[in-house]
Design a protein around this ligand. Structure first.
Ligand code: DQA
Length: 150
């Protein structure tokens, strides 16, 4: 069966390309999704790509991923630094989880240096721009393929 990876995006990422381009660049989230679709085709995995400004919606998608996906790539955006609820939801998911940040959060304000999600993430990518999503997807796919032999 083809493996499925959920790629989840938190608040304000719908404005990617317009929002603080000096930090987040000029690519839109639609561009990111299109690039991930191409890569998913090359890797032989399916992706489901979502964005929401609502914490409960992200939690519901993580719950859905428990049934429908084998891996998660997540940019929780500001919820990274605040949401025990998203951490708890990710802790119910059994497959690989990669946390992505477009900007280098460690080079920014101190409140961005702590991530609840990192307590669950198997890998963290920060500061690589939108390419981080592709790195995250490659990492999840590689882990799923490696896990196939187990
Ligand atoms: C972000 C970093 C977060 O601190 C911020 O709140 C975001 C985006 C990033 O992709 O660099 O909204 O997750």
């Amino acid at each position: 069966m083809t493996k499925c990876v959920y790629i989840l995006n938190g608040p304000n990422l719908n404005l990617l390309g317009k929002r603080q381009p000096e930090i987040y660049g000029s690519e839109t989230l639609a561009d990111v999704e299109a690039d991930c679709q191409v890569l998913a085709g090359e890797l032989g995995v399916d992706i489901v790509f979502h964005q929401s400004n609502a914490e409960h919606q992200i939690i519901d998608w993580i719950h859905e991923a428990r049934e429908k996906a084998q891996g998660i790539v997540i940019n929780p955006a500001a919820f990274t630094h605040t949401s025990v609820a998203i951490l708890d939801a990710l802790n119910t998911f059994e497959g690989p989880v990669i946390e992505v940040h477009i900007s280098n959060v460690h080079k920014r304000e101190a409140f961005r240096h702590h991530s609840y999600v990192s307590l669950r993430a198997d890998g963290v990518i920060a500061g690589c721009g939108p390419l981080g999503y592709q790195l995250g997807l490659r990492t999840v796919a590689a882990r799923l393929i490696a896990g196939d032999g187990e």
